[in-house]
Design a binder for this molecule. Sequence first.
Ligand code: N01
Length: 486
Amino acid sequence: MPKSTHKILDTLIIGAGISGIGAAIKLIETGINDFLILEKFEDLGGTWRDNTYPGCACDVPSAIYSYSFAQKPDWSRAFAGQAEILDYVRHTASEYGINPFIRYGRNVENAQWDEKEHLWKVTTNAETYYANKVISCVGYLHEPIIPNLPGLNVFNGEIFHSSRWDHSIDLSNKRVAVIGTGASAIQFVPEIQPQVKELILFQRTPQWILPKPDHAIPDIESSFFKLPFTLQGWRDTLFNGLEGFGLGFRRPILLKGLQKAAEAYIRYAIPDENLRKKVTPDYTLGCKRVLLSSNYYSALNHSNVDVQPTAVKEIKGNTIVGTNGVEREVDIIILGTGFYVTDNPISKIVKGATGSTLADVWQGSPIAYRGTTISGFPNFFIVLGPNLGIGNNSAFIVIESQINYIMSAIKTMRKKGLTKVDVKADKQAAYNRVVQEELQGTVWNTGGCSSYYIDVNGRNSVAFPWSTYKMVELLKRFDIGSYSIA
Ligand code: N01
């Protein structure tokens, strides 16, 4: 590598959420202290910092919603709330000494690979940084989708997205419309329903929902989990149990029984025949992420709730017009419309060896080798990358598996004195051919729904087609033979 005059870091991490903090902890463990985390906001925590909507909580059991190396025996609930999870992330960052490595208020605007120097030049709104490696930890549920609806930008009332909840707006006695009925909406709808005068839910597609076995965890249970091996044993049990769902996603016939249970739950929870019809999906359970809630359907039964099974056509003044022609005048609109998943904005600013961005190369269909490295983008690692979505288990498992792989790559580079690793295009293509073949029979591809798993080209760029065990195995160690090296 030619000599550069800039201060050069070993690694830059983009994003101080669960992935970024985890990567930093493991870098230090690997003996690398020559790194920084660039965080665009003024606080860490990622999705758990952004999402403060009422009722925001985990839909994965808390016992497995933590790093394997920083387990927490004393969650207050079986499915922890946002504040407790954010506290956990903050506490872990501080316990492992990560805070001094974070540079807040640094929005990455451009990241360019320098083929001569074997360096990434990363430009932010504040400063420019240089590093040999970049680990993107920006997540894929981060950039809110604000739908491009005619009249939305001149709506006369208040409007905000669920992930940017405006707590200064008082919802009491207001006419509130919610657009979107995904994982976020089903959590906040039961919380706001008692406050508002009218709640109009614009539901483009109903979701399959199962009851959520949430409960407060008594002290005695937490004390038990402080005994050696008990928490690990419980984590293993939950992990293996949730893998059963994964098997169903890959062999949809196995989900029939669960779908019957979900149908029975609708019958149990909703007395009104007409409302039942509106909320019953016509696609196979699992095609969209299966949701858990024990209070969403009961909230819909109240007389101040009006479920409109329609997409939204436009906004006229204070009136929302559905594509079915329905018109409802409201004071406030809450967008529960989700995130840019397969068109993550980071792809537009990361430029590889040829100067093309990830977005140029991907053309709407994100693709990576083992979900982590991209040919032509040397020394760039993407956590929660393409085709690693599991939907049935904790995201921590995916994140930690990828961090293992990345740390193994970094150790290999150090051991062999390498300054560049770039996955070979044919290895990347062969891996993804198999991924796509394996996805063919899964519920995500065959279940008859549209979901954020499927990109603009109709390709599934999100789901992982095998078990989580296989993912852990696949990402256990860096396979240098698949890479061009220098
Ligand atoms: O977003 P979504 P979310 N007009 O994409 C609708 C994670 N999460 O924020 O289904 C009208 O699921 C869209 O309709 P349709 C979790 O991974 C985790 O709720 O596309 N409607 C849908 O109903 C989850 O999967 C936790 O037809 C429009 C909704 O908006 C992910 O975040 C908790 C529309 C979007 O649903 C995203 O969840 C919460 C339009 N123009 C969330 N555009 C945990 O507990 C979109 N919609 C860990």
